[in-house]
Design a protein around this ligand. Sequence first.
Ligand SMILES: Nc1ncnc2c1ncn2[C@@H]1O[C@H](COP(=O)(O)OP(=O)(O)O)[C@@H](O)[C@H]1O
Ligand SMILES: [Mg+2]
Length: 253
Amino acid sequence: MGDYIVELRNISKAFGKTHALTDVNFRVGRAEVVGLIGDNGAGKSTLIKIISGVIAPDSGEIYIRGKKVDNWSVAAARRAGIETVYQDKALAEQQTIARNIFMGRELTGFLGFIRGKDAYNEANRLMRDIGFTSKVFSPDSIVATLSGGEKQGVAIARALYFDATLIILDEPTTALSLTESEKVFGFVRQIKQRGCSAIFISHNIYHVYDVADRFVILDRGRVVMSAEKHEVPSADQLVKDLQDIARTGRRIE
Ligand SMILES: Nc1ncnc2c1ncn2[C@@H]1O[C@H](COP(=O)(O)OP(=O)(O)O)[C@@H](O)[C@H]1O
Ligand SMILES: [Mg+2]
């Protein structure tokens, strides 16, 4: 149990008459990339908002590194090293990569204001760590000049700067081309190389298959399938399994 960074047990959450999540069990191990898959409205965002402390479940338990937590909150999640990259959380397009990585932290970090050269070097290190090549990008590059996938990379670098051990990406490739999605996969692989974990959310199995170690499929608020990568030989097989589940109501857990 202590091997999991996050473990949710029997989590339920309703919004009025909408049962967004029903009796959901979910966990993330160390240096593990979990692909969280489901159609629109399946409850994916609700699930990760519970992990990141944005909303409280109606019932169920949350364990962090094996310890049950109460009164889970955004601040507590952040202290535990859980950072979420929201699809709609825009970067400051006209600012540099370095500014975006440190934004909001210049004054509040316990080191106080981060001075120019230190910020530049730290941003440079984070960017190389997650796989930006120095020939093309510097911390002084303006974010507006980056492609969609590269912008996700900046958001990930920012999360790493917050000392994240679990980075949650809510539909990071939904608006991206295949080439751009590949860039995001590259960044996520680097997260894993650093020993960090990720939850990669998508409504498209083909967008998560390559990058995930394990798949969790949500359907109308319930986990209908959970499988390790080695149990699923291909994305096509995963799609077939899901069609089977939809037809028979069977679950694979
Ligand atoms: N704040 C909210 N108020 C009311 N209903 C909500 C709220 N958040 C989510 N829902 C509903 O809960 C269900 C699951 O939503 P969501 O978790 O956003 O799904 P997904 O991210 O998989 O598309 C949907 O029916 C959605 O309309
Ligand atoms: Mg969503």
